[in-house]
Design a protein around this ligand. Sequence first.
Ligand code: NAD
Ligand code: SER
Length: 314
Amino acid sequence: MYTTEKILVIGSSGQIGTELVHTLRQQYGVDNVIASDLKATTQASEGPFEVIDVMNTTVLNDVVKKHKITQVYLLAALLSATAEKMPKFGWDLNMQGLFNILDLAKEKLIQRVYWPSSIAVFGPNTPKQNTPQFTVMEPSTVYGISKQAGERWCEYYFNKYQVDVRSLRYPGLIGWQSAPGGGTTDYAVHIFHEAIKNGSYNCFLSENTTLPMMYMPDAIKATIDIMQVDAAKVKIRSSYNLSGFSFSPTEIANEIRKHIPQFSISYSPDSRQQIADSWPQSINDNEARLHWGWKPNYDLTEMTNDMMLHLKNK
Ligand code: NAD
Ligand code: SER
């Protein structure tokens, strides 16, 4: 594909960034996608890589100018469980990092921004089933509060400064290419590694805790789709609900048993249970489907088959 885009992915060595950088490079060319994180990782040997702390505006500005960046995907953040352990730091990173990027776009140094929100914007008073796009939110975690505030600021920068910022409220994401990153939904990543390695898993959520989830290839597809669609089709500039499928620890354990019949699971709910209990169980993403044609490809069975295939080969 011929492109005039130069893309910077910040926080590129995490769960989403690892897969996003691969896919963006397939589409835009290796040299047009600059990976960046707090320190150099194996990504640095695969293509352009910069060490960037998103809190450091001097380095950020230098890199944007050096590479003539047109689009930024901002993935650097503290996830729900980690942010609860250091709330002030979580708030500072999640908010200031976003402001630093939105301000680059306001000053027209970059043309388009992607920033992920989360189902964590919803709280205990939100309808739990088929949660609509517009509803009561009232998040109860510092992570959710930072994501909801971030959504408000994205919409504000779009309305006031015409910043072309696009966002999705990801459910829990599951992929095989990288390790879990401190989220409440990350049990659903860890369970695969433990099942293959040890044949058993001790889950930090209780057996019937149903949460909205999505397989990483679908999340990457949604992310690139919303960034590539005509601006006029992006009618929501806070963040779009996005849905894949929902399951509980018992249900995913049953799927894993189709591949590893002797797999056993036990339950020791910890502080993350309270976080999970405050979130929806299923999400209505009609707006994303209607406005820019979103449709997921994977269900629980297809995801489990694919995870098993790749992790066993690994
Ligand atoms: P992750 O924790 O796996 O990766 C985050 C990356 O950001 C890490 O590589 C980390 O080193 C880097 N980082 C941290 N502080 C940084 C800083 N100051 N400067 C630059 N880089 C820094 O997270 P992820 O799962 O890839 O999530 C990425 C984004 O997607 C986050 O905003 C997260 O809130 C959001 N999200 C993720 C999920 C999920 O299930 N993984 C769900 C909803 C939303
Ligand atoms: N998967 C994320 C978390 O559990 C939700 O944004 O933190």
